[in-house]
Design a protein around this ligand. Sequence first.
Ligand code: UD1
Ligand code: CA
Length: 524
Amino acid sequence: MTRSSTKRLWRGRWGVAKRQGTGFWSRHRRFESCRPSHHGGQAIGRVRKGGRMSIEAQERSPMFAVVLAAGKGTRMKSNRAKVLHTLCGVPMVNYAIAALQPLLPERLLVVVGHQASEVEAVLPEEAHAVLQKEQRGTGDAVRVALEAIEEAEGVLLVVNGDGPLISDRTLGELVERHRSAGVGATVLVAELPDATGLGRVEEDAGVVRIIEEKDATEAEREIRLVNLGLYAFQLSEVREAIGELSDDNAGNELYLTDVLEIIGRKNRAVTYRLKELEEANLVNDRSHLARAEEILRRRILDAHMRAGVTVRDPVSTHIEATVDIGRDTVILPGTFLRGSTKVGSDCVIGPSTDLLDTVVEDGARVEHSVGRGAVVGNEATVGPYSYLRPGAVLAARAKVGAFCEVKNTRVGKGSKVPHLSYVGDTEIGEDVNLGAGTITANYDGINKSRTKIGNGAFTGVNTSLIAPVTIGDGAYLGAGSVVNKDIPPGKLAVGMPARAIRNAPKRDVEGKSKEMDDESRTEG
Ligand code: UD1
Ligand code: CA
């Protein structure tokens, strides 16, 4: 897929998604149009002394969100920026954004830097990229974001771009807790059995100190309470504290984490504990990536199963976050459904099928096959072992059988390409039957040309159709014919080159199309 179509896809998915299918992504991650009741609801008229701002004012104040996504992600050992690595078909950064969207931030900023234009290209419309020219640390990244926010007051929710499992619920609770506590800063923490690589957290009477692993002493490394890289700040306080940061540390960076200590000294900074530990799966290297993706993959499968899809073998089934599936469809083992693929109701997909950006309409069956940008119409059948390339469009009840390749071709209603064919750049009418080994010669080495096959036409085995060429309605080609001139409707043509010799025999198309195939069991 080209970059521009990828971008369109992402934008379509998150920006203007209209359809709410069974897709995990569309159903749970859409940008809702009404404000959740616990944000910006009626304030409780309590005023806390000591805090710079009353709780009332905090609850009314706007919330701004920032995703930090400018880093390189050195530990990924990749030429691609870490936040562009995908999980279940979606770039990592988009998970953080999707978790923020239901909170309806006043503005949703994404700090980009390393491979900025590539990262910007996958962002949904609601997210605004701000450029951090030099990656001088997470504190510097927030400084860049603050420059883009003019408002003096409100809450700033900061989210590291490498926590794809963080939920909107957790983010909402963090903000809510921050507001109701009336503090200067609140940081999301968790106690983990293995804290390797994460900032360790010490909390004492309104002061939170975070020690990066690089800077930690032996004793500090023993701490299991870690910083998950999610923070709610009072804007005025974080703005002030950012100015006081220094890079006098092992990483020679401006650590955002130091802001907590600065704020804590002046006002109060507190921790908030993560409830669902699964969400603490942050991604720093590729083994973390695989672990997080596995959790997401199971969540997606569960969502489809709850919505009425049978998944015979969840272990071997890979469905990307962006896929829609209708109810009573059965997904058989070894199946991959990816990109903007949409599968209707009562379909059977698989086993061993890989569909990318492919639409399968109700009641269709695709078995042991590959689809890329194809459309399989109602009750059409594909496979086993066929390849539908971009622009392959099968109308209702069409059949592409075994060992066929179809590209940029419309196969009309009830038409069959049953065995061992290559059909490219072709318009096949209704109730056509192509004999085994019928091949379109659509490419002469320089140009691609089109073939047209009329309604009810029939080709014998090993027919070669040398494009551009038109086979008339009801025409009939003898076995082994090589067609380089148009065949008139209703004629029988044979030979090399094929020439019409008499009227075509009558075919009982109705009877044929009603005949059931012996392999048409509806479920595996
Ligand atoms: C950071 C925290 C650490 C915490 C961990 C949780 C700091 C100093 N440390 O460490 O306490 O446990 O996250 O995941 O914040 N980024 C920028 N610009 C930069 C540097 C980083 O935008 O100049 C972005 C990265 O793209 C990434 C996020 O900030 O999405 C975190 O950066 P990363 O380098 O992964 O920080 P950690 O070392 O994991
Ligand atoms: Ca990190």
